[in-house]
Write a protein that binds this ligand. Structure first.
Ligand code: SAM
Length: 354
């Protein structure tokens, strides 16, 4: 994350990274828009093919060897590399491909591409039939939840992890619950770092829970972290009681709160009921992306916000401002210890105490 901070006038003195204003110039010209669309797909193809992983490991790759090793069609792979070269993300010398500075920056922000192209491709593509009512999200248009969870985990590793680590170091916990836990990457890492601690990860998606079981096994934590496929709305409403909920002394939830708060008729009850579902939880670490404050003089856009806001509008899930969240926490009797800018644009980590 950029070390460069500035005070956003809408943010009541909370210093937010300058990166949150973004560098994508608006109006977005027709050619930038078209090339951006193609470019996001090339980035996602590189992610799926392990190109970025190879760059991270070895700094470069040789096309002939890489295609042979992964069983790739040489002509197609070279076309992808050629496109990436046109976008300025790689340089090619003979058979060797190296990421440029911009390619490295894309790698750092890869989670957003996995999220957008891998997770929400079908939702964005169906915007017109969703608008006309011919198709509806949730029945005939779906997101790829495993890709959403993977993208979130990638963004966490690259952009958020160090911020959470600094906060969690100050929290005393023995059983940690993660609501909307995705791949359980974050939960596994935190439990691994805390001798004797245990974790419960709750996620509604079967595919994300399967990924989570693999993550937990990879960390060697099968006896200490349990991924559970469950609807957290039911847990919060008291209709479902996960084993061990009464022992949970810290609750965390990342990039999921807006889903829990989607129904306006239950919204004000969610945080109080969350406290009741985990009666011994003293600390709540809740993070989410908020509605981007609009300035009249806005000329640039950051990563993520436009996609996050549009995707949720297409899914009929309302989003909230930082102030909306803070009001809900205070109304639920929680004390806000800190509101910390959390890596991704317009995303905050709220450190709360019961
Ligand atoms: C954006 S992802 C975030 C994943 C993870 N917390 C992270 O930050 O990496 C949101 C997660 O919430 C899960 N989810 C959505 N609605 C849910 C519900 N009602 N109960 C449990 N999980 C839910 C999704 O399956 C998805 O894994």
């Amino acid at each position: 994350m950029s070390a460069c901070y500035g005070v956003n006038p809408g943010d009541a003195g909370i210093e937010v990274p300058r990166e949150w204003s973004g560098t994508a110039a608006t109006p977005v010209t027709a050619d930038t828009a078209f090339n951006g669309f193609v470019c996001t797909h090339v980035v996602f193809a590189f992610e799926r093919l392990g190109v970025f992983a190879r760059f991270a490991e070895a700094g470069s790759l040789d096309m002939t060897g890489f295609c042979a090793e992964h069983g790739l069609d040489d002509a197609v792979f070279r076309a992808l590399v050629g496109a990436a070269e046109s976008f300025g993300h790689v340089t090619v010398t003979g058979d060797r491909v190296l990421p440029t500075e911009h390619g490295e920056e894309v790698r750092r922000q890869l989670g957003f591409f996995t999220w957008a192209v891998g997770g929400y491709h079908d939702v964005f593509a169906a915007a017109a039939p969703i608008a006309t009512g011919k198709r509806a999200f949730g029945s005939d248009v779906l997101r790829d939840e495993a890709m959403v969870a993977l993208g979130s985990a990638q963004a966490d590793t690259a952009l958020m992890r160090h911020i959470l680590d600094a906060e969690i170091a100050q929290v005393d916990f023995s059983v940690l619950a993660d609501l909307g836990s995705g791949t359980c990457e974050r939960l596994s890492r935190l439990v691994k770092d805390r001798p004797g601690a245990r974790g419960i990860g709750l996620d509604i998606s079967r595919s994300a829970t399967e990924l989570a079981a693999r993550t937990v096994a990879g960390y060697g934590l099968r006896d200490r972290v349990e991924p559970v496929c469950a609807d957290v709305r039911q847990v919060v409403a008291g209709e479902l009681k996960p084993e061990g909920a009464a022992e949970v002394d810290a609750v965390m939830s990342f990039m999921f709160l807006h889903d829990l708060l989607a129904d306006p008729s239950t919204r004000s009850r969610v945080i109080p009921e969350m406290r009741e579902a985990f009666p011994n939880a003293r600390t709540f670490l809740l993070a989410d992306t908020t509605i981007r404050p609009r300035g009249a003089a806005e000329r640039t856009l950051p990563m993520f916000s436009s996609g996050f806001e549009l995707a949720h509008a297409l899914m009929g899930v309302p989003l909230h401002t930082r102030q909306d969240y803070e009001r809900l926490f205070v109304d639920a009797g929680l004390t806000i210890r800190r509101t910390v800018p959390f890596g991704a644009p317009h995303t905050y980590l709220f450190v709360l105490e019961a």
